[in-house]
Design a protein around this ligand. Sequence first.
Ligand code: CUO
Length: 663
Amino acid sequence: MKVLVLCAFLALAAAETPLPKRQQDVNHLLWNVYDHHHFDDLKGYAASFDPVADKSQYKDGGEAAEHLVQEYKDHRLLEQHHWFSLFNERQREEALMLFDVFMQCKTWDCAVHNAAYWREHMNEGEFVYALYTAVIHSDLGHGIVLPPLYEVTPHMFTNSEIIQKAYTAKMTNQPGKFEMEFTGTKKNKEQRVAYFGEDIGMNLHHVTWHMDYPFWWEDKYGGHLDRKGELFFWVHHQLTVRFDSERLSNHLDMVDELQWEKPVEEGFAPHTIYKYGGEFPARPDHIHFEDVDGVARVRDMVITESRIRDAIAHGYITGKDGKVIDIMNDQGVDKLGDIIESSMYSPNVQYYGALHNMAHIMLGRQGDPHGKYNMPPGVMEHFETATRDPTFFRLHKYMDNIFKEHKYSLPPYTHEDLDFPGVNIDSLSIEGELKTFFEDYEFDLRNAVDSAEGIAMVELKANVHRLNHNDFSYVADVNNNNGNEVVGTFRLYLCPEYDNNHEQFDFNNGSWHCIEMDKFWKKLAPGGNHVVRKSSDSAVTVPDVPSLQSLMDAADSGSFSMPEYERACGIPNRMLLPKGKKDGMEFALILAVTDGGYDLTHPDVESEHGGTHAHCGAHGEIYPDKRPMGFPLDRRIPDRRVFDETTNFKLTHVKVYHDDHHH
Ligand code: CUO
């Protein structure tokens, strides 16, 4: 019933202004965002609109709008043509002031007028961030497909060499297509896996996850984000295990965790440039962590870490009122995620600090820790660019090990925890070949360069090499001996079998490195069930986002509807499979079918929950799976017989091949 009412409400809010119009407004607002409006209607709104003239258009009676207008009048807002970082407290505050105005708008008309107006008056980075998060979280944004950020702010997704070529091409009025090479040279072995950290789709997934689940989120904006802290753990755990798998396929050791007292061996030269604000700062090799003025001391980081690890050792967190919050249960990881990130959901930020967010800033500033050279923020201080730096994965391995310490302090699952009585898996196999390859992909660079009226538009494209794979299916024969229909939760994992030294992982240590491939629910009829699941249906992935140009063309046609692209959080489907090796890389493929009658929190068994729920949740709904993320491989497995004796669990050995020929 509640779901129905919500749908009716969304339909009503959306019906007011047709979707093609709302989509086109967003496209146009984001077109050449560093320049003045290119479209007459938006120009008109910007020129004649007064945000506080009609306060009845806001749910809060105009309070948020008045606040922003006052800040603007007082000349307190960040200028245009200046870098923007979400980790900068004041800049974030300003972006959220605009976000709040959007969220308070009762109608699309209110939102688009405000957007057109503030686009001309606020910093462009703040504007883009506020608009994206508002479209995601406001009911008014329902149905809108946000253009891929790598075409809206290409500077954050490509390298300076490409950007310079694009400028030259534009000035000489020559169309151009530029090869985007991955950062670094063969002398740096980290370069072998740069294709992962610099993948535009992977970066889009990461930045979008942080917009879907912002650390600054408060429930007053639009309700509670279910299992946000646990999702923070899980999405980054999955990025970490994926990166480790990519390393193994490239003959590199898995990532070593970052330690505050030890030198950071890997330097980093980002070869990335701000649209305004110069080059991203570099970091030399072998630096020792230094205190960062005005941010944190290394000592504070160590203290914060030890308080968190104390909580894990005790099995409880202390709230700011002194209350004891038990974490020795399935919900503990969610609370830990909240305090480690930290988000506004942290029950005691005074005591547990903000280990993760501070660490991003600490790493971002190591090139200029005392602000002597007035450098702009480092790549670690933007979610769009953070994974370019190899220390990103070292930092997240460090966080991941803290989570692991907690998970492995919980009692191992028993046979009863894992068992699905009456259900057994007879066979598990792959249809098709598990094969990865690199392919070329083009994206539009026109928004990277300035444009003005009267200057011809020339085609500018970046050509990137990106990982892809052949489509395949999982095939399982599942027996249901219960005599009646049951619901099965299908959990699929792919786990590297050998480390870089070709030492086989034992079951206990190996299970922590498993890559989540899919999770879905299926009705199981009594007797045999032949289940075929396509790789393209995966609950961890999203399809390629349509380009801004194609979104504009589609919205022009007047019948715009692309629900399959509405969510951009999710690993690009082409990257579902980790890169293989020429002669095959060995993985264990694991399927666990558990009791959906217990696991599933939704009434609709066949629903795909927006298609990308495993790492990104079901938008606006509670997480569909009652079990902890990573179940049943998220805890210690001291005795693998518990799994071997569980018939609703199946392990098979597969190889992933890599085709060296470029497609
Ligand atoms: Cu996503 Cu550290 O949280 O980058």
